[in-house]
Design a protein around this ligand. Sequence first.
Ligand code: HEC
Length: 317
Amino acid sequence: MRTTASFVRILIVAIFVYFFLDFIGTSGETSIFLENPIMWLAYGIIVLFYIAGEVCIEAIKSVLYKTLSPEAQARYDAQETEAKENQFKWIKEKYKKSLGSKGIEEEHEIILDHNYDGIKELDNNLPPWWVYMFYGTIIFAVVYLVRFEVFNDYTQAEEYETAVAEAKVEIEEWKKTAKDLVDVNTVTLLTDASDLNAGKAIFEANCIACHKSDGGGGIGPNLTDTYWILGGGIKNVFHTISEGGRDGKGMISWKSDLKPLEMAQVASYVLNFQGTTPAEPKEAEGEIWVDPDAPTDTQEATPEIVNDSTAVKLTMN
Ligand code: HEC
């Protein structure tokens, strides 16, 4: 148990078991150790069992040793010390070779014939690891030169552009999974039934006192017509819900009560009222909202639309 070899064995087994469990147990991207922290316990038990095994074998060995005759013990000891000396022999030799230096006995072969006040110089070989790295840099330089200076594979500017493009795609992917990060600039009309049902629940819980459950209006304006006081379209409606209406009118800011995703859901639900006929519609207020993004019938009209669709109509106060 007290030999270096057994420590190395335990370490190797521990690493192997870790990767083995990780390999057979992991589904998807996260490691099994993150998914079920209990796996750490299983891992610990397996490694402990292995250590126990090593201890047992060592204990049996020492018991057997006691049963040997003194000569046999001496022979065994001699064998052991020899084995210990040869341990890691291969690694030690490789290491020595990788230094490329000469032993002290051979130094006379490489001593340079100058002598400054007793200070002499040895002409040692460069260590092979250094030399090979140096060759590596030469090969790298040739490949690099041919690839980028002769064949002009790609420039740094192009590399930057592709990296940015890739990052943008990744951000888009990520945003799909992080719906809660919507804000007034990124919000889009949600059309999934689950989102609209969630929006409906939020609307019934918070908004019907003033807007009626069919959006017909009461204290608040009619939400079913095309007239909007604060601007229609998902971005303006989201903005109204998030920031509230004009001072003193009664429409408060909901951003401290509702999460961004919830505001997007209820805004999408509100826009679904468009075109429906409520039981008691309140008379229209505000102006007809024309979506500047909507496709126009006449070609000539298009260039005139310079409205920034991401800008929010600021009609407060
Ligand atoms: C206390 C009453 C009240 C409640 C509750 C209320 N609103 Fe309003 N809402 C109003 C009033 C009043 C206005 C008009 C604001 C103005 O004129 O500036 C308004 C305006 C709006 C508008 C803009 C209408 C337009 O014509 O531009 C939207 C959209 C809206 N509310 C959605 C909601 C949603 C969604 C909820 C629930 C989360 C809600 N409101 C809760 C009173 C209310």
